[in-house]
Design a protein around this ligand. Structure first.
Ligand code: NAI
Length: 312
């Protein structure tokens, strides 16, 4: 059963194509696209409705520049803000995107107070924290999309390394959605075998490094990452709408889990109709902890930086 309404804030590359996925998968009766650019979301919605017509899909798209139109949304996706350009890290976007996400989150709290929010804008972990703080929503209803995408990339790299089908590989990346992401060979499987048991140390390092760098490579080649992220956003929405209880790595507010408090960082969660239904705590070894906590420190520093200039 589709939900009634899913809204997307930011009708750019990711926003419009997430709209496409929602219509194509018929995840909601209505999908609303919001942007600050006049006419853009309206045009995207018209185009989406014509696509829906061609495919015989029932989801109706609406474009607007007015937050009133997100009222009673079941799910809101935040993709508003600047994207990185070749050579930039996700953290380089911090000061540009924090005020945008802060303002968007306050509108979401005002007009869609019962929604589940999925934050996508980078630097995603920090923006998820901003969303959590500004909306005041319970942590179950604020999810940051990132680890899922990093895991898809890790899976692609492991599958090609072993020359096996992607569907035979389970790959997991947690931690910061950034330079300190943590691909976990010990928690990734190739046909049921632990990647860490069948890969040499060098190959593990190589796969990890490629996973960390691969998004920047795509941005250097085509200017942005698009298809992989929107597919992940849509699968996350689908897990919520269909109450699948799928385990997906995503950024959530931690309250003691992994020994961390007052931070959003990527960990495996159970996703269902209520949003975050459970946080799974992995037993990390010392080497894994080192990278995980380095990522946490980076996120905390960024949070402190925007607090220091009173963005939140
Ligand atoms: P884009 O530039 O194509 O679209 C962004 C849209 O946001 C634009 O249409 C812009 O007008 C709109 N916008 C800006 N300020 C706004 C405001 N205050 N209210 C409403 N709309 C506003 O960018 P793209 O490629 O869609 O990326 C969006 C964000 O997602 C970027 O920050 C990017 O870095 C991030 N991203 C995150 C990923 C993840 O895994 N979490 C993966 C890929 C991108």
């Amino acid at each position: 059963m589709p939900v009634n309404k899913i809204s997307i804030i930011g009708a750019g590359r990711l926003g419009s194509l997430t709209g496409y996925e929602i219509v194509y998968r018929e995840l909601a009766k209505e999908v609303v696209l919001i942007d600050i650019i006049k006419n853009l979301p309206q045009g995207e919605a018209m185009d989406l409705n014509q696509m829906a017509s061609e495919k015989g899909k029932s989801t109706y798209a609406k474009g607007s520049n007015d937050y009133k139109d997100i009222a009673e949304s079941d799910i809101v996706v935040i993709t508003a803000g600047f994207a990185r350009k070749p050579g930039m890290t996700r953290l380089d976007l911090l000061k540009q995107n924090a005020p945008i996400v802060r303002d968007v989150a306050s509108q979401v709290a005002k007009y869609a107070p019962n929604s589940i929010v999925i934050t996508v804008t980078n630097p995603m972990d920090v923006m998820t924290y901003v969303t959590y703080k500004v909306t005041g929503f319970p942590r179950e209803r604020v999810i940051g999309m990132g680890g899922q995408l990093d895991s898809a990339r890790y899976r692609e790299i492991l599958a090609s390394m072993f020359n096996v089908s992607r569907s035979s590989v389970k790959a997991l990346v947690i931690g910061e959605h950034g330079e300190n992401m943590l691909p976990l060979a010990r928690f990734s499987y190739i046909g049921g075998l632990r990647a860490s048991d069948i890969l040499s140390e060098d190959k593990i390092k190589e796969a990890e490094e490629s996973t960390r760098k691969i998004a920047a490579e795509v941005i250097a080649l085509k200017g942005a990452t698009v298809f992989a992220p929107i597919s992940c956003i849509a699968s996350l929405i689908e897990a919520i709408v269909k109450d699948t209880k799928e385990i997906i790595p995503a950024s959530v507010y931690l309250n003691g889990e992994y020994g961390l408090t007052d931070i959003c960082i990527g960990v495996p969660i159970v996703v269902g109709r209520k949003g975050v239904e459970k946080i799974i705590e992995l037993n990390l070894n010392e080497e894994e902890k080192l990278r995980f906590y380095k990522g946490a420190e980076t996120i905390k520093n960024a949070i402190n930086e925007i607090k220091a200039i009173a963005i939140i």
